[in-house]
Design a protein around this ligand. Structure first.
Ligand code: ADP
Length: 466
């Protein structure tokens, strides 16, 4: 049994389905055919009983009406012959059980021994292979007492029932074969998408993440599974690509300050130790580049934090106007050469679900950019308004702006429009990426509208806190 189970467990689903469907059909057909065979057999036997009983009643009626004696009964051969059927014997016995009259058609008399009946009995018995139905009934007239015996050979109905059995068995075997084949066909049809999934997975293992499952037109569960699998692979490929890009970008960004520091240190090593000018300059540059390195590492850390779990966002609440005013106050102090305009009346006491430190961090990034990329007009405006249950905050500058083709990319990590200029300004290309992730973490949106040479408007929007 365990061996059988082991073999079964090793079979493919296709074969398992075929075997199970055959087995199920086998049992169902067997039960159905068995019941049918039993009912038909019973019905046929009942019909035979009825027929033989009718014969008996006819003979009884005839002799009772005639009120015949033994002699007359012995002479009623013609009448008995007329009701007898093939494979049947009718016998009339006297009181002691000796046959007075025997009429038989295709049935030897000695197959059944005569027997006196006290009451009507009906039974079936066997003579060798022959199945017999025997009815015995007492015959009473005023001049005679005896027994009527009718013996019927059930050969015909037995043959019919055997034929029925053969046909049913053949049908049963046919059904098993057909259901087995049907099971194989059906499982092949059903499992095709799974096979395609397996093939795709194998391909992914061998060739890479770009492989996808072919999706059929059907709308069943397996088509849905293939679709979900493809979507999952899209996400995986995208995140894999992003990770790769991130590592490439990060190492590229880190490499520049490291190379500069390395260059200056080897310069010092070769000539600079005794040249105060070189020593001074190289140390200055190295300190500056180390600061940059530290900045990049810190910002990368910020970025990872900004991408962290957003489940805790509803624990915080910030009165937007207060946070903006507080941040701006610090900026105004640090950048005396800039003119700052504030229009925050519309916000009043509006609150949003955000950690005030994070809102401050986002504003710092935007204001810092506005200052870094300002042109001749050193004016920065911060506006706030409420619309459709959302808070909008705009940071507007009139600086160098961003060329139209670069706008879609500025939120990408390490993306800088003008690399050398941004580097000069101490930019890492991470500020807007961090801001975007922080904004998204609190269910907000950030967008940029900019005209090269005219200025930039960065718009933040958040849902109002309930
Ligand atoms: P960075 O640290 O280089 O400033 P950001 O992610 O903050 O990085 O910005 C990405 C790029 O978008 C910047 O390099 C700059 O070219 C451009 N940019 C961002 N804000 C402004 C702005 N207010 N005006 C002009 N260009 C901007």
């Amino acid at each position: 049994m365990t061996r059988l189970r082991l073999i079964f467990s090793r079979l493919s689903i296709r074969w398992k389905l075929a075997i199970w469907s055959s087995l199920l059909l086998c049992v169902l057909f067997l039960a159905y055919n068995g019941i049918q065979y039993f009912v038909i057999n019973q019905w046929m036997f009942h019909q035979e009983e009825k027929a033989i009983q009718k014969n008996m009643e006819e003979i009884q009626g005839y002799f009772t009406a005639e009120n015949g004696n033994a002699e007359e009964i012995m002479n009623s051969h013609a009448f008995i012959n007329s009701i007898n059927e093939s494979h049947q014997m009718i016998r009339i016995l006297d009181q002691k059980g000796a046959p007075l009259l025997t009429v038989s058609e295709m049935m030897p008399e000695d197959w059944v021994q005569p027997e006196v009946a006290i009451k009507t009995t009906m039974r079936s018995s066997w003579h060798g292979e022959e199945h017999l139905l025997i009815i015995r009934s007492p015959l009473k007239t005023s001049q005679f007492k005896g027994t009527i015996e009718i013996v019927n050979n059930l050969e015909n109905s037995d043959q019919l029932s055997n034929m029925l059995l053969v046909v049913m068995l053949a049908g049963w075997l046919g059904a098993i074969v057909i259901s087995g084949l049907g099971g194989i066909f059906l499982s092949r049809q059903l499992l095709r998408p799974i096979q395609s999934l397996t093939d795709t997975m194998t391909n992914i293992k061998q060739k890479g993440l770009q492989e996808r499952v072919e999706i059929s037109n059907s709308k069943d569960e397996l088509a849905h599974l293939s679709k979900v699998f493809n979507e999952l692979m899209d996400q995986l490929e995208q995140s894999f690509h992003n990770q790769k890009q991130f590592v490439e970008d990060a190492s590229h960004e880190l490499r520049t300050p490291i190379s500069i520091i390395e260059g200056h240190i080897s310069l010092l090593n070769r000539w600079g130790k005794h040249d105060p000018n070189i020593l001074e300059e190289s140390l200055n540059v190295s300190v500056q580049e180390l600061g940059r390195l530290k900045g990049i590492v810190n910002e990368l850390l910020e970025l990872t934090r900004a991408e962290a779990d957003s489940s805790s966002r509803y624990h915080f609440q910030a009165v937007i106007r207060d946070t903006i005013e507080y941040t701006l106050k610090n900026f105004i102090m640090l950048h005396g050469d800039f003119v700052f305009h504030q229009d925050l009346e519309a916000l009043e006491q509006a609150k949003i679900n955000i950690n005030p430190n994070h809102l401050e961090q986002i504003l710092l990034i935007l204001l810092d950019n506005a200052i870094k990329y300002s042109g001749r007009i050193k004016e920065i405006a911060v506006e706030g308004l409420l619309k459709h249950q959302r808070v909008y905050i705009k940071v507007i500058d009139q600086g160098i702006g961003i060329p139209q083709e670069d706008v879609p990319y500025v939120f990408q990590r390490f993306y800088r429009v003008d690399k050398s200029r941004s580097r000069e300004q101490g930019g890492t290309g991470l500020g807007l990426a961090i801001a975007e992730r922080l904004v998204a973490r609190y269910g907000g949106e950030i967008s940029i509208a900019s005209t090269s040479g005219r200025g930039t408007i960065v718009t933040l929007s958040f849902p109002l806190s309930g």
